[in-house]
Each structure stands twice: as C-alpha cells, then as structure tokens.
Design a protein around this ligand. Structure first.
Ligand SMILES: C[S@@+](CC[C@H](N)C(=O)[O-])C[C@H]1O[C@@H](n2cnc3c(N)ncnc32)[C@H](O)[C@@H]1O
Length: 214
C-alpha cells in the first residue's frame, strides 16, 4: 500500500516527519555524548575569547546564545558577567537540561525566535547555524532580535573545507561572503576572519567568525 494511503487509513503515523523533528531527535540523543558535545569549554580557547573581546561591556546586558547546546559558552559569559541576563536557546530540550543555573533555558527553532525585536545587546551562534536548514531566515531572525547598536557573532565552518568530517545530511557550511551578504541586509560593520582554537596557532581555514553590529 502506498505510504499516503496507509496514513490516510490509519497506518502508523510517523512521530514527526519534518527535518526539524529529525534534527531535534538527533541532538536529543547526542546530549548523552559528553565527549563530542561537552557542557564546558576552556575559556582560553580563542572562540570564547573572541566573544568576550568583541562584546566587551555589552556582555553585561541581555545576551542570546542561539543554538546553545549544553550552554558551554553561556557558562563562561555568565561567570565573567554575573549581572548579564543570558538566554540559552536550543531546539533540543535534552541539551538544555545541562544549562547551568543563572542562565535562562528556552527551547524552539532559530528560524522563528520567540523574542521581541530589538531585545538583545549581544547574540551569538557557535556551530549551530550550520544546522538551521533555512539559513537566510535564521540569520534574519538573529538580526531582528538584536538591539540597534547590538553585536552579533557567528562561528561556524568554512564551505571550502566541506567533506573534512562526516556530517548529517541537513548540515551546511558557509563561504565567508555568503554569510557576510546575509548579515549586511540588517547590520553594519560586517566582517569575517579565519580563527583557530588557540590565538598563537595559525588558522587552518576550517573555522570562520563573522562579526556584525546592528
Ligand atoms: C554542534 S551543537 C553546538 C552547541 C553549542 N553552540 C556549542 O558550541 O557547544 C549544535 C546545536 O544546535 C542546535 N540546533 C540545531 N538546529 C537548531 C534550530 N533550528 N534551532 C535552534 N537550535 C538548533 C542543536 O540542538 C545543538 O544543540
């Protein structure tokens, strides 16, 4: 029997057939893998240092960690700026269980952020935009919720290195100019640079940081 006929006449209904459901379930499962999805990060790692440097004093305001996973970056920001109002946002509620106290966990999809426009001083997405599928919408959403003058950082992987790892079929890596173009729709002072984990190690081109101000 054809699948649609089977469903119409009471065949077993899939749990959630959308790509979003598949992505959520995959990260729910991955949350128990502390080795590959750690809940902490060494604050000396340049990815963290870049956020702290670029956000500066604005990091003591309202911050959105978009696609936060277990909130390892938010944890450092919270330690450095205890007065900051930090939201840890992720598709996977299982990931959010690891977010430390003092940071507000919130679940949903970054393609439809449940926040008012112009509400965050700082927004960042580290290795999460690559899973958003509707990339242009996700970037527009981050810009929408950023306050005028607010700062945005995206850290993700370079499309020119695609194939270096095995990746899920929905994952996408980016060319520098591709995300710069999307960010320029709503932000000024848009730039990008190659980064590595340690600031004394020459970047090998895998990781790119995009910076922008609204
Ligand atoms: C590779 S992990 C990175 C987590 C975190 N940013 C970090 O660096 O530790 C990617 C995260 O993006 C989340 N994610 C995937 N698609 C998402 C979406 N559409 N909206 C919000 N979060 C999403 C996943 O649940 C996962 O926790």
């Amino acid at each position: 029997m054809k699948a649609w006929l089977k469903n119409l006449f009471g065949g077993s209904k899939p749990e959630d057939p959308t790509p979003l459901g598949e992505i959520r379930r995959s990260f729910d499962r991955a949350s128990s893998d502390e080795e590959h999805f750690p809940s902490t990060i060494d604050p000396r790692i340049y990815h963290v240092q870049l956020l702290l440097e670029y956000f500066g004093d604005q990091a003591s305001g309202c911050i959105l960690d978009n696609g936060c996973g277990k909130g390892r970056f938010a944890r450092v920001l919270h330690e450095r700026h205890p007065q900051a109002n930090i939201v840890a946002f992720d598709l996977s509620e299982a990931m959010l269980h690891y977010v430390p106290e003092g940071i507000r966990p919130c679940s949903g999809t970054m393609t439809h952020l449940p926040f008012a426009s112009d509400s965050f001083d700082c927004v960042y997405a580290t290795e999460s935009l690559e899973h958003a599928v509707a990339i242009d919408i996700a970037v527009a959403e981050m810009c929408r919720v950023l306050k005028p003058g607010g700062r945005l950082v995206i850290i993700d992987k370079n499309a020119e290195h695609w194939g270096r790892f095995k990746t899920p079929q929905w994952e996408k890596w980016f060319r520098r100019e591709e995300l710069e173009k999307l960010l320029r729709r709503d932000c000024k002072d848009v730039s990008s640079r190659f980064i590595s984990y340690w600031d004394d190690v020459e970047p090998d081109g895998l990781f790119v940081a995009w910076l922008a101000q609204k």
